[in-house]
Design a protein around this ligand. Sequence first.
Ligand SMILES: NC(=O)c1ccc[n+]([C@@H]2O[C@H](COP(=O)([O-])OP(=O)(O)OC[C@H]3O[C@@H](n4cnc5c(N)ncnc54)[C@H](OP(=O)(O)O)[C@@H]3O)[C@@H](O)[C@H]2O)c1
Length: 325
Amino acid sequence: MVVLLHKRIKYIQRIEKMNESILITGANAGLGKETARQLALKKETKKVILFCRNQMKAEAAKKDLEEKTGKKIFEIVIGDVSDANSVRNAVEKIREPIDAVVLNAGGMVGKTAAQATPSGMNQLAAANILGHVVLVEELIKRDKLRKAVLFVSAEAVPGVKSLGMKPVAMRASSVDEFAGVLDGSYFGNKFDVTQAYGYVKYAGTMWALSMARKYPDIKFVVMSPGNTKGTGAPDNLPLAMRFMLKYIMMPVVFPLLGDMVHGIEAGVKRLVDGISEDRYKSGVFYASKEGKLSGEVVDQSTFYTDLKNTAFQDNAYEAIHRLIK
Ligand SMILES: NC(=O)c1ccc[n+]([C@@H]2O[C@H](COP(=O)([O-])OP(=O)(O)OC[C@H]3O[C@@H](n4cnc5c(N)ncnc54)[C@H](OP(=O)(O)O)[C@@H]3O)[C@@H](O)[C@H]2O)c1
């Protein structure tokens, strides 16, 4: 009798943690769209909100996802994550509380990465961080976020030695340094998007880790999808890097090193597991093992120890809020 009761309680606890409704930013393409597909195929999923900036692209993705999954559970919310007011307007349209949010939109942005937005953040920081912070915090304020948030980060934060990708190394991870990363001044006249990208993901990651302590009832996980083929990401790289990736890294270097690249299903499985499964803990940044870009994911703070520093986490939170109006 006691054993049966125990099993029943465990079952109820498991059901309570499942996500029935999930919102994904940047859900019309790449990893975001595949995340919508994989989550829709989970039996507990009742609603998937595609948060996109372009109505036509969103409609096309919705139609394709309905065909691919055989499910009519997709809804569209239009918003641009590089614009705080656009996100605030979008949140107004969300009527029912949501179980989970996947903060996926962004990437390297392309030629406009260094351009300033009205917030003072440049496009790169705004697209990866600004609207995501506004989205989550507005949902929490309105009691419309129930269980989990996943911020999509990258191995660019701890770096990858074998590829000459240096780790993010800030002198003090102070509020001023983080603010400089967000408005671009940290990089002086030499704005290199491939370097700035790691620093921006570090700031977003530290915000999420800070939120995990501020809101212990919501799970805040940070996850990198790893080096994933088949998305639009390479299109935003500078031409020389795109060439190098396509003709040297992908066919020659990555296969020699092992655990350096995977397909979109494997990259997205990390995101889906991170938001759905209990073994991924709040306040942890998971990505590939040190020096790798694919394979098993591990807690990055075991070798990139700045992630554990709660003062650094709160400095990122404060710097971001300096620039949110
Ligand atoms: N691919 C990889 O190997 C890799 C590795 C590590 C981390 N990541 C991260 O994974 C995430 C997704 O990347 P991806 O490879 O799937 O790139 P992608 O194929 O270029 O997709 C990016 C998505 O984000 C949307 N987006 C961009 N800016 C937006 C904005 N301001 N407002 C709303 N939506 C916006 C895009 O919408 P539009 O179609 O309208 O542009 C698109 O749906 C990014 O955060 C990236 O940094 C990717």
